[in-house]
Design a protein around this ligand. Structure first.
Ligand code: ARG
Length: 266
């Protein structure tokens, strides 16, 4: 069973603009955001049978809902994020406090290195991939690789719409990769191809990539995917996955969807 960290959207809104999706005048409708988030939790807990840990929302920190950016966890160790934008930096202490209270060993990287957690670091059991340039620094990966004893393959993110790796890259439990190839350069695509043979690479079409098709939660055979991605759902079903779609339009106003509203704790 997967265990996921989440944070209710009590204070979620668009207060600032730090990615191309965020527009202050495209205001969040709070009642809709709450309903969409609760539906996501219901699917995760009831259909996927995931264990969900809720942290306390904090007034003035609208993006705390995106717990994928809390840090990265392996075993009882958590490395807390260091956000690129000052707007999100105050979240760091709340995430660190949560991990400390749960008894994790809490580590941080050098102050000067930006690192945005599982938003930019994800992969398969042995090999991890690290997205950099838009948010995390490439220089954070050697240290993380040493700490977690995993190979980390850096992937440059070249399209500002896909500013975190988890917006365009989603490793699946069966060893396949769901991804949007145009968000990587030729060098990154070659690195991906070297690790994953063609039959394990599932490319999503651009019209669904921009509806966050890759920002999906995979747990065993289940995949929770934002609504509006029928071609991706069919592709996943053809590989034997059970798909669950959830409307997350309010969170897309902030540049996020299913995956970044969760952080895998195991
Ligand atoms: N508004 C948030 C930001 O720009 C969205 C973060 C989404 N998180 C993610 N892991 N993709 O930082």
């Amino acid at each position: 069973m997967s265990r996921l960290l989440v944070c209710p959207p009590d204070y979620f809104q668009i207060d600032y603009e730090i990615n191309p999706w965020m527009k202050r005048d495209n205001a969040v409708v709070p009642s809709r955001a709450v309903a969409q988030w609760q539906r996501l939790m219901q699917v995760l807990e009831e259909d996927v049978a995931a264990g969900v840990e809720r942290m306390q929302p904090v007034p003035g920190l609208p993006d705390l809902v995106f717990t994928a950016n809390a840090g990265v966890v392996a075993g009882r160790r958590a490395v807390i994020s260091r956000f690129r934008y000052p707007e999100r930096r105050r979240e760091e202490l709340h995430f660190a406090q949560w991990f400390r209270e749960q008894g994790y060993e809490v580590l941080t990287l050098d102050e000067s290195l930006y690192f945005e957690g599982a938003g930019d670091l994800l992969g398969f059991p042995e090999t991890w991939f690290g997205g950099y340039r838009q948010r995390s620094d490439i220089r954070s990966f050697p240290r993380l690789s040493e700490l977690f004893q995993r190979e980390i393959i850096p992937l440059e993110l070249i399209d500002s719409r896909f500013y975190h790796l988890d917006t365009c890259f989603c490793p699946l439990s069966g060893g396949e990769l769901l991804y949007f190839p145009s968000s990587f350069d030729a060098y990154g695509l070659a690195a991906i191809a070297q690790r994953l043979p063609e039959e394990r690479r599932l490319a999503v079409p651009e019209e669904e990539a921009i509806r966050f098709a890759c920002n999906a939660v995979c747990s065993g055979k289940h995949i929770v995917i934002p609504a509006g991605c029928p071609r991706t759902m069919r592709l996943l079903e053809s590989r034997g996955y059970l798909t669950h779609e959830v409307e997350l339009s309010e969170f897309m106003k902030s540049g996020g969807a299913a995956k970044c509203l969760t952080l895998a704790l195991d």
